[in-house]
Design a protein around this ligand. Structure first.
Ligand SMILES: [Fe+2]
Length: 264
């Protein structure tokens, strides 16, 4: 991965986004949302790679994977008008297909090409497969952390506005009442991730996002979440019952425990 190849990838992405521009301003907000998200995920990946001390090749790959992780979002919106995979298609698999069929990675050596495709495909799986090539594992972990850090930003910004003003494809179709599901909170208390299929309310989704803290792979990512006050800002959007308070207290403790342990 040299700087010329990385530049070629960035130019391809810019053209690809332009090709998916929407004429209606409301529709175009969905495209801009994903374009901005991608730029932020690239920035997050750069910082994680730098703080982990990755070499230039690995850091370059991390950035290209971040750039391409959500290319599937653009044709997904064009075809289905939603970002909900459950109502359309797995956008990570679609993205890998776009990259392969468009011969976008042809300048990369074969090993790097398959590394990018594997990491893009794995960026949204619930849990990573137990056995993975070490380079694929590292790159998948970087992009998953970088992605979560920016999905938190997007979601926190959206929850500060009226749902009727959200970009049309960003909605989750979940009722925004005062309730949360006990099973979802129980997962959070067990320090486990929450499955999308168990969500019943918007508060459940907020708890799911809090539980992502338990899936962060690297200390730099945890530090970035702390710096951005992800737990504080997300938890302020959830009705604070006693059980929610307990889960959030436990949550903060987990972050500090991990950051204080050498293996974070
Ligand atoms: Fe994604």
């Amino acid at each position: 991965m040299n700087s010329e190849t990385a530049e070629h990838c960035r130019a391809w992405f810019t053209r690809f986004v332009q090709q998916h521009a929407e004429t209606d301003a409301g529709d175009q907000r969905n495209i801009l949302l994903k374009e901005e998200h991608t730029r932020n995920v690239c920035g997050n990946a750069r910082r994680i790679a730098a703080e982990l001390g990755l070499d230039a090749r690995a850091a370059g790959l991390a950035e290209v994977i971040a750039l391409f992780h959500d290319v599937g979002r653009f044709p997904q919106f064009r075809r289905y008008r939603t970002f909900q995979d459950s109502r359309s298609v797995n956008h990570a698999v679609l993205g890998a297909k776009v990259l392969l069929e468009g011969h976008v990675l042809q300048d990369l050596p074969q090993r790097e090409r398959s590394l990018v495709i594997r990491a893009v495909t794995l960026h949204n799986v619930f849990t990573l497969p137990p056995v993975l090539d070490s380079e694929v594992l590292l790159q998948a972990k970087v992009v998953r952390d970088a992605d979560k850090l920016d999905i938190w930003r997007v979601f926190i910004e959206l929850t500060g506005t009226d749902a009727a003003d959200w970009p049309s494809a960003a909605g989750l179709g979940l009722p925004d009442g005062p309730e949360h599901s006990p099973g979802v909170l129980a997962s959070l208390e067990r320090r486990e991730m929450v499955r999308l299929t168990s969500l019943r309310t918007l508060n459940d989704f907020k708890l799911l996002q809090l539980a992502w803290i338990y899936d962060l792979n690297f200390a730099p990512s945890l530090r970035m979440a702390l710096e951005r006050d992800v737990i504080g800002r997300l938890s302020r959007t959830v009705p604070r019952t006693r059980s929610v308070e307990r889960a959030i207290g436990n949550h903060r403790q987990y972050v500090h425990e991990r950051l204080n342990s050498t293996s974070a």
